[in-house]
Design a protein. Structure first.
Length: 428
């Protein structure tokens, strides 16, 4: 495949310069000819597009950066479409992180009741976008970075779209473990298993060289030599990590230390407020016509290594890079035999021009398998609520969630979720 056209739906996001920087740096594996930024917010769109053009020019990249207000115009002729949406913006996120606390539950944008609210707002919009992509180019890949990635990707795949979900948790671990061990990140392969934002690293193989089929296990060495750093990174007690003998994603903190997190959130305020302030600073920086690199402040916004993960995934799928092993969110199809085939799991997969093939997994320990199965059941009910909304379906999803699971609590959270999201729920 020659030069490529990539569309970014949600191109007005402050994340976008991270992607553009990756496209510019890694152009040897992903020869992009045009990037189209799609967003209804015209003022932000032009601001981001201007910086994107300067970043490309600074790094000697000749790709064009164009903009579109409509999805249909932006995705026409695109080889791949990246989705990075936040329906309702930071204001809706702030509510997701606030009203669950009124019921003594964690307030978080992808986990618990707040995560369900985000799924209900997001899934219908994403499916409408995906239909426009299919009409414009049925062969285009859809790469979903929009949270909650597992539920959104499951919705896309259930509707028959060529979709794969992407999260930066795995590549973040890869980079950090490589730094601890003093090796090339491409020599680190993770035994990473679970669902999006519900994963455990069970093994860390240091390959003899990038792409090698042989290597040695380094997780015990990492835990012995860098346990405190890893514990601080995932914000879990070191004795717990040592007891488990694995590295949980930092999202496991919402399950393993739920009440501690609720107490913290009730006193320190929402992450959404912090992010909103960072975004305003970033937009001011982006407006500077002399800025031609992504600012360091962007690293505090979240999404570290997002661009590297996206480029590696796109290059493999579009046939401009090598087939290789990457951690993605994809259809289960027996990979974890205790889950339905149509569940979306986050595991290493062989990714290439032929598509995505999850690798066979060793048996999953009951300590993790139970929680994975529980959350998968919730995600199935959450998707049903997003597609065929009703109060009863929202209640069912909340009752099934392991962080809720009580009749009175699910009832209270259902009423609050609907009250705070009426503008986004067509069935209310």
């Amino acid at each position: 495949m020659g030069a490529l056209k990539i569309a970014i739906v949600g191109g007005g996001s402050t994340y976008t310069p991270e992607l553009i920087d990756g496209f510019a740096r890694l152009r040897a594996s992903l020869p992009i000819d045009e990037v189209v930024l799609v967003d209804p917010a015209a003022d932000r769109l032009e601001l981001i597009a201007g910086l994107a053009r300067r970043i490309f020019a600074k790094q000697g990249h000749t790709a064009r950066v164009s903009t579109a207000a409509s999805v249909a115009d932006g995705v026409d002729g695109a080889d791949a479409v990246l989705l990075q949406l936040r329906i309702g913006g930071q204001a809706a996120r702030n509510e997701d992180e606030t009203w669950p606390l009124e019921c003594g539950c964690v307030g978080q944008e992808t986990t618990g009741a707040g995560g369900l609210a985000k799924a209900l707002r997001t899934v219908p919009v994403v499916l409408e976008i995906a239909e426009q992509v299919r009409r414009a180019n049925p062969d285009a890949w859809i790469i979903d970075f929009t949270n909650p990635v597992g539920i959104v990707t499951r919705a896309l795949q259930a509707a028959g779209h060529k979709a794969v979900g992407l999260c930066n948790v795995a590549i973040g671990f890869q980079r950090k473990f490589a730094a601890h061990l003093g090796v090339d990140p491409e020599c680190i392969r993770l035994d990473h298993v679970g669902l999006n934002h519900l994963t455990w690293v069970r093994g860390v193989t240091v390959l003899d060289y990038p792409g090698a089929g042989t290597g040695h296990e380094a997780l015990p060495k990492l835990l012995a030599g860098f346990g405190e750093e890893i514990a601080a990174d995932v914000r879990l007690p070191l004795p717990l990590i040592q007891r488990l003998g694995v590295v949980p994603s930092y999202y496991l903190r919402y399950f393993y230390q739920h009440d501690v997190v609720v107490e913290e959130l009730a006193t320190k305020g929402s992450r959404a407020a912090e992010v909103a302030a960072i975004e305003q600073q970033l937009l001011t920086m982006y407006a500077d016509p002399t800025l031609d690199t992504k600012p360091e402040l962007l690293g505090t916004r979240g999404g570290a290594f997002y661009s590297e993960a996206a480029v590696h995934l796109l290059a493999a799928l579009l046939g401009t890079g090598d087939t290789g092993i990457q951690v993605v969110n994809t259809r289960n199809d027996g990979t974890l035999p205790f889950l339905p085939d149509d569940a979306v799991v986050e595991v290493p997969a062989e990714v290439g021009a032929a598509g995505v093939r999850p690798l066979p997994q060793p048996p999953v320990e009951p300590l993790y398998a139970g929680l994975i199965a529980h959350v998968t059941a919730y995600e199935q009910l959450a998707l049903r609520a997003a597609l065929d909304g009703s109060r009863d379906r929202v209640f069912d999803a909340l009752l099934a969630h392991p962080l809720v699971g009580q009749n009175e609590l699910a009832d209270q959270l259902t009423d609050r979720l609907i009250a705070h999201n009426r503008a986004y729920l067509s069935w209310v």
